[in-house]
Design a protein around this ligand. Sequence first.
Ligand code: RIB
Ligand code: CA
Length: 329
Amino acid sequence: MEMKGESKMYDNSLSIIIDTDPGVDDALAIMFAHRANMLAVRGITTVFGNQSIEKTTRNACTVVDIIGAEALIYRGASRPLVKQAFCAESHGETGLGGYWQNGELRNDKPLTQPVENANAVDFLAQTISMGTMIACIGPVTNLAILANLCPDVLRRVQSLIVMGGVFGEPGNTTPWAEFNVYCDPDAFAQLLAFSDVSKVLIPANICRTVTMDEDDFIGIQNQALSSAIKDIVSEYVAYYRGEHVYGGFAGGIMYDTLVIAYILWPELFNTTPRHVVVETGNGSARGATVIDRKRDNEPNCLLACPSNEKPLGVDAQEVKRRLLQLLSG
Ligand code: RIB
Ligand code: CA
């Protein structure tokens, strides 16, 4: 099967694929990635998570339309490997906050971005070339299926940059679990066990240092883009401002955007090799992620974490400034 996009030449230095469940923060991550000159987005694969696969795939098309780009979008897994599917509430009924209303586009602009005929795993299996990086910003079900079906393809990947897990703080889905891992802990465990590919893990406790609200997008000259982003983020921002475990945040936690920031500016992060384990049972600890220090000598990921030089684990203010600058033109 001929995959579209193979003939398209990329003159950018970093070739990436985004695996995503848009999702308000996913939407911003996709926008930032398309505006970053250093990145060539070879394709977008969708997965269930923040909303159903139907809605996350529709939302991926919508976001690419909004940012005025073109992308190869492939629909992926509609449910976890083993567990029952689970939807988030913070992204709203549509998964894009208030951008849609009553299931319809608020600005009644028809979608122009199509979904390709092939499925996500076939696209990954036929497209991943040496040096490709994959931004994993939803449940990692598609990648676990690829690891099972085409391990040699996954071995070509330069690095999986994964938003997932939480360490030293409460989770955002249960007291112990972060959402992407909670959704499909079996897939996450299988990916951690796949030792032939580099994995960088950006957990929720690091992502909580970067929040954005509607005012952060006032500087965008393109008024249509500024207005669309405000529609997308406003309900999500209100949710996190009213968050009860931490007593509220300054804005919406834009978790997934830190994955794009790491790919662009890894020097802004502190990472250390760690052996991470995940609870795959169906009990109350489902999706809990823990560091096993006794297995420091057999790390299964590079974990973003605080250090003396970077107490937050990331230069959060600089990450936010650079990301927003990508949209300012
Ligand atoms: O826990 C945060 C993650 O879950 C992000 O990827 C967000 O989009 C949700 O999918
Ligand atoms: Ca996501």
